[in-house]
Design a binder for this molecule. Structure first.
Ligand code: ADP
Length: 384
């Protein structure tokens, strides 16, 4: 059976078609500038050149119409007719406390996701538009919602509650949700497979280090804690997000700089992180290059980054009473040889021993710890 997976943003849409039994990727593509001038679909059948088509698309339904046409195109398509697409998977950011795994999309599911719009006002509406468009164009094809928050729903109250007045949790759903769940789930399961164990036998710390970044403490196959919170701005230092800060800083800077709430929201989400600290870039490659050329702010930005990851690893080892494996994934986790070394350095007393030679690897799932290391270290390419 062929499965279409869709990740709908507000003005863009990414998709892939996979052969479910073999998990073979058949094609992938990106639609950009939906609803604005210059709409374009970039479609790539695996093994062929990219097919780029510029054509007006006024909304997500139009965009998905073009995707479906591309899928059955005689030259670039991967199916003879739409009947060959047996199911559609939709990535949805927020399912609140409603779902702890992927679900078949029904009217009730859509209603529940609409109720979560408040919690993810930028993402859930676009995700829902994608679902509505697909349901209109493929009314008989089963659709599944896959939620960024779902895998983290196993967290116990001591991990997810903030020490705020309790009624903010009951009235408004203010709690830690966590994100990147699909990635943490995939890499923790893959790590167990690589170590020849069942997820239920392992304590794993998964480090998803991309533009956005989060850690998860996965104990016996279930999330015990994660570093992102009510929103994705919490936890680690990221490309442009600040991660954990003293919450009182917000009011202090707002008063000093004459900023309102929206202004401060922009500071913590778009102007901070390694970009804000280094003044160079949010891309780790640029920051690493600048540091190598002697830029001191870039150097310190990378040190702050590694320090924060280290402190979470320590915290999660304490929370789980040890750990069997640390997994590095996403752009920086999979490729950042220097960053992995900086994070693992000085953790030998916790049983974490990186092998420099084995660490010299990018984009491959393998073991990079020394044979003597109590905690195995594995880079694993994510597959969200
Ligand atoms: P997202 O999906 O969150 O946009 P990615 O998982 O693609 O992010 O990760 C993007 C980050 O990975 C970028 O900051 C980039 O600098 C970093 N990255 C990618 N390749 C490398 C590399 N070879 N060395 C260091 N960092 C890298």
């Amino acid at each position: 059976m062929k499965v279409l997976v869709i990740n709908c943003g507000s003005s863009s849409l990414k998709y892939q078609v996979l052969e479910m039994e073999t998990e073979e990727l058949l094609c992938k593509g990106l639609v950009e500038r939906i609803g604005i001038e210059g709409s374009v679909i970039k479609h790539e059948k695996i093994g062929m050149d990219k097919w780029v088509l510029e054509t007006p698309m006024k909304d997500h339904k139009d965009a998905i119409g073009h995707v479906l046409n591309a899928l059955v195109d005689p030259e670039h398509g991967v199916a003879k007719s739409m009947e060959e697409i047996g199911a559609v998977g939709h990535r949805v950011v927020h399912a609140g406390e409603k779902y702890a795994s992927s679900v078949l999309i029904t009217d009730d599911v859509i209603k529940a996701l609409e109720e979560c719009i408040d919690l993810a006002p930028l993402h859930n509406p676009a995700n829902l538009q994608g679902i509505a468009a697909c349901r209109a164009l493929m009314p008989n094809t089963p659709m599944v919602g896959v939620f960024d928050t779902a895998f983290h729903q196993t967290m116990p109250a001591e991990s997810y509650l903030y020490a705020l007045p309790y009624e903010y949790y009951t009235k408004y759903g203010v709690r830690r949700y966590g994100f990147h769940g699909t990635s943490h789930r995939y890499v923790s399961m893959r790590a167990a497979e690589m170590l020849g164990k069942k997820p239920e036998e392992l304590k794993i710390i998964t480090c998803h280090l991309g533009n956005g970044a989060s850690l998860a403490a996965v104990k016996n196959g279930k999330v015990f804690d994660t570093s992102m919170g009510f929103t994705p701005v919490a936890g680690l230092v990221m490309g442009t997000r600040c991660g954990d800060i003293d919450p009182a800083i917000l009011g202090f800077i707002a008063a000093k700089e004459g900023k309102d709430f929206a202004g401060m929201d922009k500071v913590i989400n778009k102007e901070s992180g390694v970009y804000g600290l280094s003044g160079v870039s949010s891309d780790f490659r640029d920051v690493e290059n600048a540091a190598n050329e002697g830029n001191e702010k870039a150097e310190v930005a990378l040190k702050v980054y590694a320090h924060r990851v280290k402190s979470y690893i320590g915290a999660y080892m304490a929370e789980m009473n040890g750990c069997d494996a640390i997994v590095f994934t996403a752009g920086l986790g999979e490729n950042g040889i220097t960053m992995r070394k900086a994070i693992c350095e000085g953790l030998e007393n916790l049983g974490i021993e990186l092998c420099d030679e084995r660490n010299n690897v990018r984009g491959k799932d393998t073991v990079i710890s020394k044979d003597s290391s109590k905690v195995k270290i594995l880079p694993i390419p994510t597959n969200e």
